[in-house]
Structures are given as structure tokens and as C-alpha cells.
Write a protein that binds this ligand. Sequence first.
Ligand SMILES: Nc1ncnc2c1ncn2[C@@H]1O[C@H](COP(=O)(O)OP(=O)(O)OP(=O)(O)O)[C@@H](O)[C@H]1O
Ligand SMILES: [Mg+2]
Length: 291
Amino acid sequence: MTPTLEITDLSKSYGPRTVLDNLSLSIDGGVFALLGPNGAGKTTLVSILTTLLRPDSGSARILGHDTVADARTVRRLIGATGQYASVDEALSGRENLVMVGRLLGLATRAARTRADELISSFGLEEAAGRAVSGYSGGMRRRIDLAASLMCPPAVLFLDEPTTGLDPTSRLGLWDDVAALAKAGSCVFLTTQLLDEAEALADRVAILQGGSIVADGSPAELKRLVGTETAALVDAEGTVHRSFELDGTAHSLERALHNLSEAERDLRVELRTPTLDDAFIAITRATEEARA
Ligand SMILES: Nc1ncnc2c1ncn2[C@@H]1O[C@H](COP(=O)(O)OP(=O)(O)OP(=O)(O)O)[C@@H](O)[C@H]1O
Ligand SMILES: [Mg+2]
């Protein structure tokens, strides 16, 4: 079967600076989250995948279509935020959404229905009737995201979609992304918010130094940095002792079976590695290995 997205030996440099270095990646569907330190090349990669930038060498294909040779077909298959950043300032938010829907081939009635759904999930009811020229930064961002969701594309690219959104709109976007994925769209998102990756993504990859340095489900990435631990903590929060567990009650029993009298009065804290722990450990280890 043709992968939804296939990247082969992709390289891109800006002058002497190599940003993507022989990167290969294949995605079959679902929600894919690309993480990486600032300047790692996430936006560069998204720009190549959305046909806005040409790679120096290697190729990227969306459903078998090359992003350079077949850019027009690729543009029909994808949705991306930023694509409609040229919202018409004079039109209202609702009018903009309906216009995008019409441009993408929806009938007027269907475009209106979809626009109203998105207006409600992004909490834009108050603003939808007003001209976009009077919107705040966050409202503009929401209308831009809503525009990218008007017609479910085969692949949706979201580059740090929740930056600048308030918590309610952020949850609204998460719901929309989950619904879109459930309906069969593939979602490729970049994010710095690891709880966002954890909430949404089936698969997470870390881009660093031009290539993918870790790739797996959020649970797999967390497992790379260790297992659960039980820590004995005093009232000040100082850890006196910690034990590695294997997830079973037995390992906890073994860990705690011969505590000293003083240790018995301490608090037990069970700790599971977070995706943040995994990100920090993996990127640090990669940096050290390359130093
Ligand atoms: N047009 C350009 N000309 C020169 N250098 C560029 C250009 N665009 C990006 N870069 C450089 O390429 C590197 C990767 O940038 P990119 O924006 O892809 O990173 P990113 O992973 O999206 O970072 P962030 O997390 O900060 O959004 C950076 O060092 C950046 O300075
Ligand atoms: Mg970026």
C-alpha cells in the first residue's frame, strides 16, 4: 500500500547550515507529532511537505505524489494552517469560512453548516459576525485554523497549532483534530507542548541535528527513559530513597519490605516518566553523543 506520507533521504541547507540531513520517514495515517528543539527544522520540513519549499536532494511524497514534480496534486490533497492567512479583512469570520468552503467545492448550505460547527468549537460565536480586521491575535489564529478544517483533507499539516490560543480554544482544537483523525484524515503536527503530543498523537518523533532521533508511541518513548519509581519523600520534599518498579504490586512490595523505622514515616510517591522526561533525556543524550 502507498504510504500516506513518504520522505526519502531528504536534505535541505540554508547556506552552510544543514537543517535536514538525509531524513527518511514513512507515515501510514493517524496523528503524527513532530517534536524537536527550537531551530531543529520542523517548520522547514513542513514547508517542504506542503510544497512551499524545495528540498536540495531526496524526495517527499504525499499519497504517492511528489511534492516538487506533482505539487499541484499535493496541494489538492493537503490542508495547512497559514494557507488561508490571507483571510479577507473586510469580511466577517463566518463569511471567510463560508468563502473557503465554497472555494474548496462545498455547496453554500454545507459550507454554512460546517462554518457554524467550527465557529462553535473554536468559541467564535461572539466574533463570527464581525469583520476580521477587528480580531485579536488569538481570534485570527482560530479563524485560520477553522479555515484549514472546513473540508477534511487527506493530510492536514498543523505547525504549532495551539501557540497563542487560550486553554478553551486549545481543547476545542484538540477535539477537532481527534474528530478529523477519526474520520480518516492523517494529521501531521509540530508542537513544543508535550502534553499536546501525548493527548493527540499515535506516533511521536523527535527531530534533532537534521534527522529523526526517536520515533514511537508516546508510551514507547517514555519507556526509553526508564520505568516507574517509588520515592520516599520527607515533608520538605527531599527524596531519601527511590526504588525502580516494574509496574507490578510485587515490585512495590519488594521495594518497601525492609524499611528502617525512620523511613516508615516518609511519604511514598509513585513516579512515572512523562513525555517531557523522555524529550529531555533523548535530546540531551543525542547532543552528548554528537559533541
Ligand atoms: N529562510 C531561511 N534562511 C536561512 N535560514 C533559515 C531560513 N529558515 C529557517 N532557517 C534556519 O533553519 C533552522 C531550522 O529552522 P526551522 O524554522 O525549520 O526550525 P523549527 O524546528 O521550526 O524551530 P521552532 O521550534 O523555533 O519553530 C534554523 O536554524 C533557522 O534559523
Ligand atoms: Mg517552527
